[in-house]
Design a protein around this ligand. Structure first.
Ligand SMILES: Nc1ncnc2c1ncn2[C@@H]1O[C@H](COP(=O)(O)OP(=O)(O)OP(=O)(O)O)[C@@H](O)[C@H]1O
Ligand SMILES: [Mg+2]
Length: 701
């Protein structure tokens, strides 16, 4: 049995510097069902994310066997508008599953959801929706499957059934890692990783061994022991290091404690997490920097990963290097020192032999490290990272773990170049466009907003402005100027509102689909593919109704007017999408709306002509898309001639204050608006890429 996942001295810090996971090392074998348990906030989700590649560790390395990776997060990660079977059908198309219809029927049957296939996902119960989320990932038949609290919210019978489904997956060769708060779930697993507060690995082994190790009758007692007075978390993890060392590896199998029975409390007198009285001498594990992740190591590991990416090889090299820790660890002695080069030498050979062998070799190396110290595990990564990467490159892709996965992971579509990458992006764009259109057609609330906002604006227009302002015989210059501005602003407003909620309201789904290989460009452009035609229709109707009811000139360059208005709307759509991608939740997008709209009113030139603005105001006006739309509309509707020749004494002074504002050829306004559009869309794609970046993405760059 080969190693599916090798976690080597992994640690994590938050941005503020708090350590939330410390030097975790473990090896999950092929086809194993593994649970991560521990108190709330102990770092289970963090460890799961790092193991899956969704998140980069601060220090250490993770090696994964090649194959599809499935990840089911704890929260909402599936669209709710469409019927379940349709949702899964789109998920299958996006993941390029062969025979998608059959695959959907199979997963529905496997998760006991066949009877719910026509029900919209939003109408399913919480438990059913959870299973629907799992079904979406199972479509691609993942080789490694990660689930964050899959049984939470399920009744005991459904929870057991789900665990049986996961067990069947393991029997078929999938490796499954999950987090859970339910001791019964954990008991059904092959191995459990027990995390103590502060992200310490307190134990990794079989559930039976865990019970003996902690001197507990049941797994729930372990929680009490970890939380109990005199059992500081750090002490438990210290205790586990020598324990795992006695078994000759990080992942001893079978895991049998050398001295079963009541656990000896090992209070930690030195660390900041000390809580209990000293009742036994401190464990002799060398832990000079137990709490401190080696930042330099991380920097070098990053460098190794970068080198790996440049060589189109893989993080396997870097990870392999991290698994060769002894030479830098003087405390480990000559034997471990010898292990380093041996593993290094094994890199290419394992690579040639295949990824599983490679992973196993690294696992062994990690095993040799065992209790030799986390410092040792980190140190050599500095030394051997690039060399390991070079070895992996020499071995060729067969010996490379992570990048093989990465080709299907988030960022792959962004990184993919050439005709194959373009074709893939085009296919994804086409599937997403169809899905967006179907979701739009079924979502009555969204449709109501899309149709309702132009109608509301139109009605306000009609009650505010009298007809005939553009009548050459009796023009009303002040009204024409305001009409022009509010037409331009209307187009801007429609585009902005269409874009504002489009991304932030489905970020969970986006993150998950990006992890499954969705390209950011395909995603953003598929939004535009559905919303731009709707905007075109709305803008057209807006002009037709205003013209029909006499609020616009009887004659004028209407094709050019329409193009200007549409470009203004599309640029605003890009701005809306950018805001939607940048914020973390819809409420923030809503707050951003007035902040964005205000300058688009003030600095456009309608309230105060641009030539009359203060210098800074004039500079700001250049950045307002609405300014270019306003001036373009004025040009196509011939306000210059109307004000100059019309029969109104107000025309001449107005013209004087605007100067040559409306003289410019409208094509220049179009070019400027198109430039804004491209910039906003490019920025949106960049933000989506940044916000959905994963460890796998990083490894490919
Ligand atoms: N991105 C982050 N920024 C800051 N703190 C974080 C971040 N991610 C996790 N944490 C913190 O790290 C700790 C561990 O979080 P994690 O979500 O891994 O815990 P957990 O064991 O999964 O908890 P639960 O059982 O409640 O789901 C928590 O204290 C959490 O607040
Ligand atoms: Mg969690």
């Amino acid at each position: 049995m080969g190693s599916a996942i090798t976690v080597q001295a992994v640690g994590q810090r938050t941005r503020s510097g708090d350590v939330i996971l410390r030097d975790v090392s473990l090896t999950v074998d092929d086809g194993e069902l593994v649970a991560i348990i521990g108190a709330s906030g102990s770092g289970k989700t963090t460890l799961l994310d790092i193991m899956s590649g969704l998140r980069s560790p601060w220090g250490g390395s993770v090696l994964r066997a090649p194959g599809n990776v499935g990840y089911v997060p704890q929260g909402e990660a599936i669209h709710t508008a469409l019927p379940l079977a349709r949702t899964l059908r789109y998920a299958a198309s996006l993941r390029e599953v062969a025979g998608p219809d059959v695959a959907v029927v199979d997963v529905l049957r496997g998760l006991d959801l066949s009877g719910r296939s026509v029900v919209p996902v939003g109408d399913l119960s919480g438990g059913e929706r959870k299973r629907a989320s799992i079904a979406a990932e199972l479509l691609a038949k993942p080789g490694l499957f990660f689930l964050d609290e899959p049984t939470s919210g399920l009744d005991p019978a459904r929870g057991s059934e789900l665990m049986r489904v996961l067990r069947r997956l393991c029997d078929d060769g999938t490796t499954v890692v999950l987090t859970t708060h339910n001791p019964l779930d954990a008991d059904r697993c092959d191995k459990i990783a027990v995390l103590a507060a502060g992200g310490h690995l307190a134990f990794f082994g079989t559930p039976a061994a865990a019970r003996e190790y902690f001197g507990a009758d049941s797994l729930d007692e372990i929680y009490e022991r970890l939380a109990g007075l005199g059992d500081p978390a750090k002490a438990w993890s210290r205790r586990f290091f020598p324990f795992s060392r006695t078994m000759g590896g990080v992942s001893p199998a079978p895991t049998i404690p050398p001295q079963p029975g009541q656990a000896i409390l090992v209070p930690d007198a030195a660390g900041p997490l000390s809580a209990g009285p000293v009742s036994a001498p401190l464990d002799p594990v060398p832990d000079a920097d137990f709490d401190d992740f080696d930042l330099e190591t991380q920097a070098l590991a990053d460098a190794a990963a970068t080198e790996t990416a440049n060589g189109a090889a893989g993080a396997a090299g870097a990870a392999g290097a991290a698994g060769v820790p002894r030479p830098a660890n003087g405390a480990a002695g000559p034997a471990t020192g010898a292990a380093g080069p041996a593993t290094g030498a094994a890199g290419p050979a394992n690579g040639a032999a295949g990824p599983a062998t490679g992973a196993a070799a690294v696992g062994d190396a990690a095993g040799l490290d065992g209790a030799a110290g986390v410092t040792g595990a980190r140190g050599p990564a500095d030394v051997d990272g690039p060399a390991g990467a070079a070895a992996a490159r020499a071995a060729g892709p067969a010996g490379v773990d992570q990048p093989v996965d990465a080709a299907r992971w988030a960022g792959a579509a962004d990184a993919a170049t050439g005709p194959a990458g373009a074709l893939r992006a085009l296919r994804q764009w086409s599937v997403l466009t169809r899905r967006n259109a179907e979701i739009l057609a079924r979502s009555k609330l969204t449709l109501a907003i899309l149709v309702g906002s132009p109608i509301a604006v139109l009605l306000m227009f009609l009650v505010l402005f009298r007809p005939g302002a553009f009548d050459p015989a009796h023009p009303n210059p002040a009204a024409t100027e305001m009409i022009l501005f509010w037409v331009a602003f209307g187009g801007f407003f429609f585009g902005l509102t269409y874009g504002l909620l489009a991304i932030c309201s489905e970020f969970g789904v986006l993150r998950r689909e990006r992890f499954a290989g969705l390209g950011a460009g395909a995603y953003v452009l598929a939004k535009a593919a559905v919303l731009v035609p709707v905007l075109a229709l709305v803008d057209l109707l807006f002009l037709v109704v205003l013209r029909g009811l006499g609020r616009l000139p009887a004659v004028g360059g209407y094709p050019a007017t329409f193009v200007t208005l549409l470009l203004s709307s599309v640029a605003a759509l890009g701005l809306g999408l950018l805001i939607s991608a940048a914020v973390s939740e819809p409420s923030q997008a809503t707050i951003a709306m007035p902040i964005v709209c205000f300058p688009q009113v003030l600095f456009v030139g309608a309230i105060l002509p641009v030539p009359a603005m203060a210098l800074v105001g004039r500079w700001i006006s250049y950045a307002m898309t609405n300014r270019w739309a306003f001036e373009g509309l004025g040009h196509s509707m011939g306000v210059q001639a109307l004000w100059a020749n019309g029969n109104s004494p107000l025309g001449a002074p107005l013209l004087a204050s605007y100067g040559t504002t409306f003289n410019r050829a409208v094509a220049i306004d179009w070019l400027i608006l198109a430039g804004f559009t491209v910039a906003f869309f490019a920025a949106t794609i960049a933000v989506v890429i940044r916000k959905t970046r994963t460890a796998a993405t990083t490894a490919t760059r």
